[in-house]
Design a protein around this ligand. Sequence first.
Ligand SMILES: Cc1cc2nc3c(=O)[nH]c(=O)nc-3n(C[C@H](O)[C@H](O)[C@H](O)COP(=O)(O)O)c2cc1C
Length: 184
Amino acid sequence: MRLLTISGSLRAHSSSGELLRALARLGMPEIDAEIYDGLASLPHFNPDLDREGMALPAPVQALRQSIAEADGLLISSPEYAHGVPGSLKNALDWLVSGPEMVYKPIGLLNPSPRSVHAQASLAETLRTMSTTLVDGACIALPISGRGLDADGILANEELRARLEQVLDAMRAAASLRSPLVKHE
Ligand SMILES: Cc1cc2nc3c(=O)[nH]c(=O)nc-3n(C[C@H](O)[C@H](O)[C@H](O)COP(=O)(O)O)c2cc1C
């Protein structure tokens, strides 16, 4: 199973990113988790640049291709001012008009359980985009503010077990996915 993971934080050592690095290092069999690092290079979304028959900006094409090739997506994000970080929402806006997100299994990781607004808003946006939110892979974990890096997260048995459960849920959801929407 190929998973694309996206951090909603551009900070080099953000808790959102460390969570995704921990997931990628879990080493579960048959799971390949790629970390997307192009969020900051996406242009601002402009519907004038997203028209039928028009070449999309290269970073947008690359993101859409990576999503098309993935069996599922995991998004880990902070909350800014009770909302979704602008750079992450910008990426999602670029994906609205394409087919890549439709029925795509998505997990949402929230590294700060007190941040409820961004998570709810992300879920609403992703439902509107016809993605498939995976129940067992949408969780909040107490990471922020503890100074934990990926190794620290993996060293914590409870956190490690929760991340394994997330990957199990994603695996189950990806295996149920209709071949009609599978992008080769
Ligand atoms: C500009 C800004 C606004 C924030 N607004 C909120 C907020 O509304 N609610 C909240 O729970 N945390 C808020 N935070 C705290 C971050 O969500 C928190 O520090 C998060 O763990 C940082 O994520 P990161 O480590 O992945 O970068 C804000 C942080 C910043 C920098």
